[in-house]
Design a protein around this ligand. Structure first.
Ligand code: HEC
Length: 278
């Protein structure tokens, strides 16, 4: 076991943030020492600006969720709009949800219906997205029980999301983004070994949480890319009561450091916050 891996466990003492989803803590500024790779947000922003509709949709998703940047529903709507115009079915459905709820825009059921029809009639929409009505879509989005909090999601949210991102889009630059399929080509056995014993810049978990939890967290990791495909609909997964956040490390522990949280004020808006006004 490399010393660095063992010692980097010092991260875990940095901060406990009750009810705070890790997705709110990221700044897009480059952190000193070792954060040489661009963040997922920066990469997505660059390709969205170049006009790639999938990146525009993903960027909207990140801005809506406060993942990689502060939550900004208005900017999210802008990027969903760009992607929807370019023909992205999920962006069209995301826009339908936003217009129906009045999230990042005025509530407008006519516009919502228009985007909904466009998305559902779009031949590129995921085949496994069941044909539903706009009302069903909104009800599902606002229904707290629509996405059950599985033990795996709670464990992941508590221990892993601080680096890997609450929806599987990495917060800590060197960490893989599971929602984008990164490292998912590896077998369960390989990944379990990495999680248990640490892998390069990732700390080991075998001494911290039970083996069963690690397996449950991995099960959740495996599902993250599917969730991303359905856009805003999976937004409602209840957050764990406590989540670990990661602040800057002691320079003596490692050369890998992360910026402290900047500009985070209170809890993030939950999707359900918009549901009261429907
Ligand atoms: C302190 C930040 C941090 C935390 C917390 C963290 N990870 Fe990681 N994780 C990383 C980094 C960085 C990598 C990439 C390491 C590398 O370069 O292979 C990684 C890699 C992984 C990989 C891929 C390993 C491989 O073999 O390619 C898996 C799976 C993983 N983490 C799961 C988890 C799970 C599950 C948790 C929670 C129990 C967790 N991680 C918590 C930083 C973290």
């Amino acid at each position: 076991m490399p010393n660095l891996v063992k010692r980097s466990l010092g991260w875990l003492t940095v901060g406990l943030a009750p009810l705070a989803p890790a997705c709110g803590v990221v700044t897009t500024r480059a952190a000193p020492g070792g954060n040489e790779v661009p963040s997922v947000f920066e990469r997505t922003l660059a390709s969205a600006r170049r006009g790639d509709p999938d990146s525009q949709n993903l960027l909207g998703f990140m801005l809506f969720n406060g993942q990689g940047a502060m939550p900004d529903p208005t900017a999210a709507r802008f990027w969903f709009g760009m992607a929807a115009e370019a023909g992205s079915p999920i962006a069209q459905l995301n826009l339908a949800v936003m217009h129906a709820l009045g999230a990042g825009t005025d509530r407008d059921l006519g516009t919502a219906e228009r985007f909904f029809r466009l998305g559902m009639a779009n031949p590129a929409r995921p085949g496994d997205l069941a044909p539903v009505s706009l009302t069903n879509l909104i009800d599902a989005s606002c229904d707290e029980t629509y996405v059950e909090p599985t033990p795996g999601s709670q464990i992941f949210g508590t221990f892993c999301a601080g680096c890997h991102g609450a929806v599987g889009l990495a917060e800590y630059r060197p960490a893989p983004s599971f929602a984008l399929g990164e490292r998912m080509e590896k077998s369960d056995r390989e990944l379990l070994t990495s999680i248990e014993w640490g892998h390069q810049r990732m700390p080991e978990w075998s001494e911290k949480i039970p083996r069963e939890w690690i397996a449950q967290a991995l099960g959740h990791v495996r599902g993250l890319s599917t969730e991303l495909r359905f856009g805003l609909l999976h937004r409602l997964r209840p957050l764990p009561e406590r989540a670990f956040r990661f602040g800057p490390m002691d320079p003596e522990l490692s050369t890998q450091r992360r910026e402290p949280p900047v500009g985070v004020e209170g809890p993030l808006p939950a999707f359900a916050d918009f549901c009261g006004g429907r």
